[in-house]
Design a protein around this ligand. Structure first.
Ligand SMILES: Cc1cc2nc3c(=O)[nH]c(=O)nc-3n(C[C@H](O)[C@H](O)[C@H](O)COP(=O)(O)OP(=O)(O)OC[C@H]3O[C@@H](n4cnc5c(N)ncnc54)[C@H](O)[C@@H]3O)c2cc1C
Length: 183
């Protein structure tokens, strides 16, 4: 078994590639929904994309991937076009996760090498995997592998930039608009 920890864009993209290669990865996520930091929260009639507001494809592979997902091109005030999930950003991970074995509400608490494979602890449950892919934010990897693991030292230079998100509802039209010719 191959276990992928995290159903954000990284975990889902990895799982899709493995599935396309004929493998059957299992994706574990501690959250109630999939998508990680690509997320849409609904409050009454309102919805907020409180993680990534849009994505841009810098490579041909991701551009092709976006082409088959439910996205619209939105233009900002500087004339740049960005891809926004429809009806919300969470539509992107939902489409990426279609057909995959994703188990939500499973928080992995410890990862230990076990012979040729891995012992994956999730609370009281223990799973065994031949391969494990870890896609949790870098500072959280030490909590899974232990501070002495070589991967933790490799990840030490990674710094996450702090970010505040304001979810505001306004009566005026959104500051982005759909360019002519876009769906
Ligand atoms: C406010 C904000 C705005 C952003 N705006 C943009 C933007 O405009 N454009 C853009 O391209 N990017 C943007 N980003 C960045 C983008 O959202 C992230 O880079 C990307 O979503 C990260 O994906 P990931 O799969 O690497 O990690 P994540 O999305 O963080 O996924 C990790 C997953 O792992 C799960 N997890 C963590 N620990 C465990 C555990 N122990 N056990 C099980 N599951 C676990 C989490 O629940 C999560 O679902 C923004 C981010 C934020 C926060």
């Amino acid at each position: 078994m191959i276990i992928i920890i995290g159903s954000g864009m990284a975990g889902l993209a990895c799982a899709q590639r493995l599935a396309a290669a004929g493998l059957s990865p299992v994706v574990l996520d501690k959250g109630r929904g999939i998508g990680g930091r690509v997320a849409t929260r609904r409050v009454g009639d309102l919805q907020f994309d409180h993680g990534a507001q849009y994505v841009n494809a810098n490579g041909a592979g991701f551009a092709a991937e976006l082409g088959r997902l439910s996205v619209e091109g939105w233009q900002d005030g500087r004339g740049r076009t960005h891809s926004v999930g429809v009806p919300g950003m969470s539509a992107i991970p939902k489409a990426l996760g279609a057909g995959l074995d994703i188990r939500q509400g499973v928080q992995v608490t410890r990862l230990q090498q076990d012979g040729d494979g891995w012992r994956v602890e999730a609370g009281c449950a223990v799973l065994r995997a031949a391969r494990v892919v870890v896609t949790v934010p870098a500072p959280q990897v030490a909590g899974l592998l232990g501070a002495g693991h070589p991967l933790v030292a490799n990840l030490a230079p990674v710094r996450l930039a702090p970010c505040l998100t304001l979810m505001a509802a306004v009566a005026a039209s959104a500051p982005f608009h759909r360019p002519a010719g876009c769906r």
